[in-house]
Structures are given as C-alpha cells and as structure tokens.
Design a protein around this ligand. Structure first.
Ligand code: DLZ
Ligand code: SF4
Length: 508
C-alpha cells in the first residue's frame, strides 16, 4: 500500500525518522512550500529563502536516492496553502490513505497533524542526543532544573571529551575562561560564504516577490543550502574560528556580526548537520591539538548541553509553556526592534545586524535584546514572536525555553534561578558599543543617563515582592536600599518618564 511520507522544512536529513520508517519502492515523499508556514510569524526573508532553497536541494537528493518526491513550490497554482491540505491533495492524487511523519518541532503543527482527516503517524524525532523519555526521567523529581547536570549526563552518554570516565582536562566546564573582555582590535574570521546557485536564485526571486519585507534585508544571501555546503561551513569554522572561539565568546563589537561564532545553528536546526557530527568535528580538532579545551568544551556544551536541554523543557512542559507570563509583562515590542532606529547604540547594533543577517549571537540575544525587553516589561509572547521571525535558526522547540524561560523569566524561575537582567555596565564591559552611544553608560540619572541603568532599578523595584528574598539577588537589593530616598525616587521617576516616551513612539 502506498503511504505518504511527510518531510518538513526543518527535517532535511536523509535518515530522518519518517524516511527510515518508509519504503522507497512503494511510498511517496511529500514536501511543500506553503503560505501557512511562511507567514505564521513575520519571518525574515533570508530565513524563508534558506529553508525553501535547502528544501529544493534536499528533494533533489532524495530523488537521486530513488524516492518518488512530490514537491510543491510556493507559486504552484495547485498549492493548497497548509501542510495538512497539501497532504490531503497528495493523498487524493496517489490513493494513499496514511501518512508517516517525523514529529514537528512546534505544538502548533503537531496538533494540526493530529487533526488532519487522514491518519498521520508521528514518529519521535531521533536526531537529538536525548529522547523525550530520557529527559523526563532526568527531570523527574528535581526541584530545580539546571543545564549543567543534564549536560554531564550527555557527555557521559556520548563520550564526548571524556577520558576513562572523567571529563577531559579535569573539568566539566571551562566557561570561566570564556568571558574575557575583548581587546579593541578583536575581529574574528568570517563564516564561509556560498554564492547562490540557480536553485537559490529562483527562490530568492520568489521570496522577494511574495514576502517584500519592508524592514528585513533581502540582499547578500550567502547561507549554505545543501548538506555538502553545510559540512564545508562546519570545517571552515573548526579550522578558522574555533581555536579562538572560547576566549571572547561573549564579546560584542560594532560592525562585526559573527566574530568567532560558528553560524551552524540554522544548519543544525534544519537538519543539514547532525549534532554529533558537529561535536565530533570539534573534538577531533582538540585531539589533534588544533584547538584548546576551553573552546572545544564551550562549543560542544552549546550543542549537547544547552540545545538538548531547551528542547527537553519544551516537550516536557507542553503547549502552555509558551503562553506563560509570570511577571505580568504586557508592553508591546518597541517599534525599533524592526527599524533599529534608537539612540541606544547597543540596541541599534544588535537589531540592525539582525535585520541584515537574520543572525545575532547568544549574548546579543540574551543580554541586549532580551535584557532590554525584560527591563522594559515587554510581553514575552510578543518578544517570542519577534525572535521566531527574526532568526534563521528559530523554531518554537528551541525558542520557547530560551525566550520565555531563560531570557524573560516568564516561567517563574523553572529554567533560571534569577532573571537575566543587567545595567549598562555589563554591556560596556563586553562590547565597544557604549563608546559611540548617544547615552552615557556612566550616567545613572539625569540628562543622557543610559536607559539600562534606569530600567534596571525600575525592574528590581517593581518586582520586589517576587525577587526581594532571592538569595542570588540580595546584593542588588542591598545596593538599591543603600541609596537615599530622594535618589531612588529620581531613578524611578526618570525611568517612568523614559518608558512614557517609549510608549508615545518617540525616538528613544
Ligand atoms: C519555517 C518554515 C517555513 C518558513 N516554511 C516552511 C514550508 O513552507 N514548508 C515546510 O514544510 N516547513 C516550513 N518551515 C518549517 C516549519 O515551520 C517547521 O517544520 C515547523 O515550525 C516545526 O518545527
Ligand atoms: Fe546601550 Fe547604555 Fe551602552 Fe548606550 S550606554 S550602548 S544604551 S548600554
């Protein structure tokens, strides 16, 4: 009997579960570029172009491997517009009565497949180190979830950077060495660029016509769009950037969009690379003496530690997680998240590079874009939608725990024991942004005071009931309490005035 095998845009792996379960002699692969997936959030056109081009290249690969692939392009007049509707159309066309699917990375789509009039069997996606059951077993009965403990289990499970059952180099985590302040001249090797081929050109043209974004940039597309290219990008990173990746991992420099970051998250999350092949490449380079342990460990931890951990939380917590708003934050995402038009240099740099490249690194996301939103009381759901659209690597399974949990503390502390807030001083230490800002990072109040400084105290003050007794925040509250009353009043009044200007749509 003929069955359909659904392959989604982020399942571009030859041995993805549904393909393994299927039969290439009798089954038919369904892939579709659909309006519903391309518009459920305001995606960056480079994200859409990357996925469509990678999907088209992957479909060709499958055909070469002997699969019958029914591929629907976005501009196909028969295009039914959604994944379930495309499945029904292909079922009618082929006579198939059943669909094999790999579980999607978003509950929205999992539910749509469950509701599909034709039976869809959703197999667990096993392109990850930990299974759902394994994560749940690990999490069960723990009062607090902390990535570090989970990560050690994943090191033991994979054997990565392990020597006779002990962590290589005598420590599990070398992060202490990775938070150095960057020298002024710090640059980094740029990620490998790929010239668009004919397939990518077609897609770029289509995306330009159909998704004429008035904020995100279309031009200068250089992402890898096939597995072969993605592997070359990985090798390039390991050779050129990984040796220096560790030391200044958290640094931010004006006009330098990539520093020594790998820019493989989008390839990993779409399935062009697998987590273990990426980690083994880093481990091999360390074994060969080409990269120091702090760089290899820090990189591998992002993948088998953090990436697996946020995924585990998403599936364990269920669809309600993304709706949580423990701090009751309701402000709209400020307009400058789409325009970069703000006097705050850190924000204009991070938003501007996002608009340009569909990429920003973890500290730009967490300590600038996320930090500001948390301090200003922006809706976590609004912010999550923004992140989902802005970044080429974004899907809900990876974004929810990062944005709702880690960044916005909207899960009430499940993921992080204290909120990730900082004043301007942290940004100044890790970047060269403040030197060219219209605000002064040194000024705590008055004309030109850095908004991060004002809003930091505003945040602590308005959430005193929740955080006042948090031992990890004791120092912050003691500092606040030591200020005299008049000063505290000035800070709060100026922060309120600043927020009022933001709400009136003034340039801030
Ligand atoms: C993100 C995305 C976009 C923009 N377009 C498509 C598409 O047209 N067809 C498709 O199969 N997948 C697309 N995707 C990826 C899906 O949204 C993704 O599979 C789900 O969000 C689950 O992770
Ligand atoms: Fe950002 Fe404040 Fe520094 Fe300006 S002074 S770049 S607003 S941290």
């Amino acid at each position: 009997v003929k069955r359909l095998i659904l392959v989604l845009g982020d399942q571009l792996t030859p041995d993805v579960r549904a393909l393994r379960e299927g039969n290439r002699e009798t089954d038919v692969v369904v892939m579709a570029e659909v309006g519903a997936e391309a518009t459920y959030v305001d995606h960056h056109p480079k994200k859409i172009a990357f996925l469509f081009s990678a999907m088209r290249h992957f479909a060709e690969e499958l055909r070469r491997d002997g699969w019958d692939v029914r591929y629907t392009t976005l501009d196909d007049p028969e295009n039914a517009g959604t994944i379930p509707a495309e499945l029904l159309r292909r079922a009618a066309e082929t006579g198939a009565r059943e669909v094999l699917a790999t579980e999607p990375g978003e509950f929205r789509l999992i539910e749509a497949l469950e509701d599909c009039p034709i039976p869809v069997h959703q197999f667990e996606d096993d392109r990850f180190v930990a299974t759902h059951a394994e994560f749940e077993r690990w999490a069960e009965g723990r009062k607090e979830l902390r990535m570090e403990w989970f990560y050690r289990d994943m090191r033991r499970k994979t054997g990565l950077l392990m020597e006779d059952g002990e962590p290589a180099g005598g420590k599990w985590n070398f992060d202490h060495d990775n938070r150095r302040r960057p020298p002024k001249t710090f640059r980094g090797a740029r990620p490998m660029h790929f010239a668009p081929d004919g397939t990518t050109d077609d897609v770029l043209h289509l995306v330009h016509e159909r998704f004429p974004s008035n904020h995100y940039a279309h031009g200068d597309f250089w992402f890898a769009t096939s597995r072969g290219e993605a592997r070359r990008a990985l090798s390039h990173f390991v050779a050129k950037s990984l040796p220096e990746f560790g030391d200044y991992q958290d640094a931010m420099m004006r006009g330098e969009h990539f520093l020594n970051h790998a820019i493989v998250g989008l390839y990993l999350n779409a399935g062009l690379l697998g987590p273990l092949e990426v980690c083994r490449a880093a481990e091999e380079a360390w074994k060969a003496g080409e990269v120091p342990i702090n760089a290899a460990e820090g990189f591998i931890r992002q993948i088998i530690g953090w990436r697996e951990y946020v995924r585990g939380i998403y599936y364990m917590q269920g669809p309600g997680y993304a709706l949580r708003n423990a701090l009751g934050h309701e402000r709209d995402v400020p307009a400058f998240y789409w325009s970069a038009d703000t006097a705050m240099r850190c924000m204009s740099e991070c938003v501007g590079q996002t608009m340009q490249t569909a990429y920003a690194h973890h500290i730009q996301r967490l300590m600038v874009l996320g930090n500001f939103a948390l301090l200003a009381g922006v809706s976590p759901q609004g912010l999550q939608d923004w992140f989902m659209g802005a970044y080429a690597d974004a899907y809900e399974w990876v974004m929810s725990a990062n944005v709702i949990g880690m960044s916005q503390h909207a899960d009430g502390g499940l993921m992080a024991s204290k909120p990730y807030v900082s004043s301007g001083a942290y940004i100044d230490r890790m970047s060269d942004y403040c030197a060219s800002c219209e605000y002064s990072v040194k000024a705590k109040t008055g004309e030109g005071a850095c908004p991060f400084n004002l809003l930091y105290w505003h945040f602590l003050d308005r959430h005193r009931e929740r955080f006042g007794n948090n031992p990890r925040m004791g120092n912050m509250y003691r500092t606040w309490d030591r200020m005299d009353d008049a000063r505290r009043e000035t800070v709060i009044r100026e922060a309120d005035e600043w927020l009022a200007r933001l709400d009136r749509g003034e340039r801030v």
